[in-house]
Design a protein around this ligand. Structure first.
Ligand code: GAR
Length: 210
């Protein structure tokens, strides 16, 4: 089976969605390792409970971003992954890292990219009085939150929405779209080419599948 390494920093609810898809035979591959830069990430327990190798790589113990990324590359390569999935991994990756795994790196971001790159997306969306919000899966490139979008799920913002309700709504969308994107990649349908993301050889629009 195709091999997947998942990088996390926290709760790991997206990791759980991927684990659940795998246990239903719907992932198209096998999660062979979960790596966290945070020793107390709850997602580590989710991995262990599913019998997946859970590795802690505390970024604080490294002198520089490059040193940490170098160590991370080594741990990842030990697992010979076909795909590396960032699932709430809250570290910026250096160009060396991105280049090493170029075309094999997916991230999920809590907004309808290219809108609301960066942090605190739910609060910023609310503050702007935006009408819609959502989640995006995208290929990771050297441009932070700027790589080609693969799939998006949109939701309508209602008057009584708060940061908390938006966070929950976005999460439920994320849990739907991430396993789909991973499956497409592992089946060889989704690729990152010179022109951007393609699906069955056809270039995806800027917003990906929606
Ligand atoms: C998710 O909402 C994901 O989109 C976001 O962190 C959350 C992780 O939740 N990622 C980013 O903000 C990346 N900059 P989880 O740990 O429960 O999967």
């Amino acid at each position: 089976p195709r091999r997947v390494v998942v990088l996390i920093s926290g709760n790991g609810s997206n990791l759980q969605a991927l684990i659940d898809a795998q246990s239903h035979g719907e992932l198209g591959g096998e999660i062979v390792a979960v790596i966290s830069n945070q020793p107390n990430a709850y997602g580590l327990k989710r991995a262990r409970d599913a019998g997946i190798d859970a590795v802690v790589l505390p970024h604080r113990e490294y002198e520089s971003r490059e040193a940490f990324d170098g160590a991370l590359i080594k741990v990842i390569e030990r697992h010979e992954p076909d795909l590396i999935v960032l699932a709430g991994f809250m570290r910026i990756l250096s160009p060396i890292f991105v280049q090493r795994f170029y075309g094999r790196l997916l991230n999920i971001h809590p907004s309808l990219l290219p809108a609301y790159q960066g942090l605190d997306t739910h609060a910023r969306v609310l503050a702007d009085g935006a009408k819609e919000h959502g989640a995006s899966v995208h290929f990771v490139t050297e441009e932070l939150d700027g790589g080609p979008v693969v799939i998006q799920a949109a939701l309508e913002i209602t008057e009584d929405d708060s940061v908390e309700t938006l966070k929950n709504k976005v999460h439920s969308r994320e849990h739907l779209i991430y396993p789909i994107a991973v499956k497409w990649f592992l089946e060889g349908r989704l690729r990152l080419g010179a022109e951007g993301a393609t699906f069955d050889g056809v270039p995806l629009p800027p917003q990906g599948m929606r």
